[in-house]
Design a binder for this molecule. Structure first.
Ligand code: ADP
Ligand code: ZN
Length: 435
């Protein structure tokens, strides 16, 4: 059997629930024993009086400690390393979206396993070695570049390691090499499309078949808009550097939730305040334990990402459970006039309107001790008739819908196309000037 056939028909990909759970019990035992070899976990287990060999099944996970981003920062750079330094072949760090980056060290087996998981994702989308893949994600310490790269090569696709930015060159490469699949942040994919439209070009003329979009939260509405503009099928891709990077959870052709590879990750959804498991199907914080990592296993890592497990089986037949689209991180939640608001709620409203472009910015200010939210959007050139009257109506309509969505008055500023800062990687959607 060739490598690729092995990946697509991987014994892990099609495991039954029973097979998965019995694998997980054994893998968890192994991971905990491995973690105990690191200075950090050895000290932690000792402090808790926990005997790693007493962990025997998935149920025992509750007795294990949580690991936080702060723990990773404290043990930086190698306090959680379990193997000889000379057996480490790669270091990645997180993007540092919410503070000091964290570092993850990988052995050869880890890089290999990551490539396998990633290739499994890409194959699941229907991509094959006949596809041509352009990776618009940042190479370097960020995991989106090399993560997708190794996975795509493992599948045998021809890979263009374009990296982010230089939009004119991205478009030229896609055309010159008949690229069929791209990987980008949704915000960058939107920027490329709008740039093409503003130049009288048509994104659907690129002939792209699939896009793998992730690394930042986005709404179903944003996906729909991108699919319409490009005519490709967009697959949601979730990962974080602490869990390798991309390749953790990915959509199948049903495009309804992301299968999380449960042979490699033990998933819990907990209430972020009590840290108790939530009821099935309820939203909570995603907590993950690595099951197949050698150099730096992480136990009950608190991702701070909010999601839920979708109930029921996926029609595709895979038994790895599905995560719902991320609502965002717990720290993305804005508290405005005492009301909890996620940027995704604003995006959902914006994306419904054809006359607005895909870029937006939420500004928070204070006026006489009262929080003010201003949403800045751009006109979509092709959809606007140019009349002031239309503009006034559109703005009023958007304000009304936003008020209905969040429950307080939001002001809307409609800007010229291209006025807002464009993103090449993770978009910055919020500017908080209240402090
Ligand atoms: P940082 O945590 O510094 O941003 P990473 O580059 O590791 O570093 O980013 C991982 C984070 O990106 C995830 O924890 C999550 O918040 C976000 N993310 C990744 N993929 C998605 C996705 N498909 N949907 C929503 N958020 C995502
Ligand atoms: Zn499926």
């Amino acid at each position: 059997m060739s490598d690729i056939a092995d990946l697509i028909g991987s014994r892990f990909e099609w495991m039954s629930r029973d097979e998965l759970i019995s694998w997980q019990c054994e893998a968890l035992r192994r991971s905990v024993a491995q973690a105990a070899k690191s200075r950090w976990y050895a000290a932690k287990f000792r402090e808790m009086g926990l005997d790693p060999s007493s962990i025997k099944s998935v149920e025992d996970i509750k007795r294990l400690p949580f690991t936080t981003k702060e723990d990773l920062r404290q043990s930086y750079p190698d306090g959680m390393l379990t193997i000889d330094r000379e057996d480490v072949i790669r270091v990645h760090t997180s993007s540092g979206t919410t503070g000091t980056p964290t570092a993850i060290l990988h052995s050869r087996a880890d890089i290999d396993c990551w490539a396998e998981l990633m290739a499994r994702c890409l194959a699941m989308s229907g991509a094959t070695k006949a596809d041509v893949f352009q990776n618009m994600s940042g190479y370097g310490m960020f995991t989106g570049g090399l993560g997708l790269h190794y996975g795509a090569e493992r599948l045998g696709m021809m890979v263009l390691p374009a990296g982010p930015g230089n939009t004119a060159r991205q478009i030229k490469l896609i055309r010159d090499f008949h690229v069929t699949c791209i990987h980008a942040t949704p915000s960058y994919a939107m920027h490329v499309a709008e740039r093409m439209i503003s130049e009288g070009d048509d994104p659907s003329s690129l002939g792209l078949k699939r896009a793998f979009l992730g690394a930042e939260p986005y709404t179903e509405e944003m996906r729909q808009k991108l699919q319409e503009l490009y005519g490709f099928k967009a697959f949601n891709s979730y990962g974080l550097s602490e869990m390798n990077g991309p390749g953790v959870a990915f959509e199948c052709p049903e495009q309804n939730g992301m299968h999380v590879w449960e042979d490699a990750y033990l998933v819990e959804i907990v209430d972020p305040d009590t840290l108790e498991p939530v009821e099935e199907g309820e939203v909570g914080e995603l907590v993950m334990t690595t099951l197949r990592r050698e150099a730096m296993p992480l136990i009950r890592y608190r991702t701070r990402d909010l999601t839920c497990i979708l109930p029921g089986d996926c029609p595709c037949g895979r038994k790895h459970r599905r995560l719902a689209r991320m609502m965002g991180r717990s720290d993305d939640m804005l508290i405005v006039r005492g009301v909890n608001v996620f940027p995704s709620q604003i995006e959902e409203v914006i994306m419904r309107h054809k006359w607005i472009g895909g870029n937006y910015l939420i500004r928070l200010t204070k006026a006489e001790a009262l929080d003010q939210m201003t949403v800045q959007v751009e006109l979509a050139r092709s959809e606007f008739d140019g009349s002031v009257e239309t503009l006034r109506n559109l703005r009023a309509q958007l304000q009304k819908e936003l008020r209905e969505q969040v429950g307080f008055n939001v002001s809307v500023e409609v800007l010229e196309p291209g006025s807002l800062p464009a993103s090449e990687g993770k978009a910055k959607r919020v500017v908080d000037e209240r402090a």
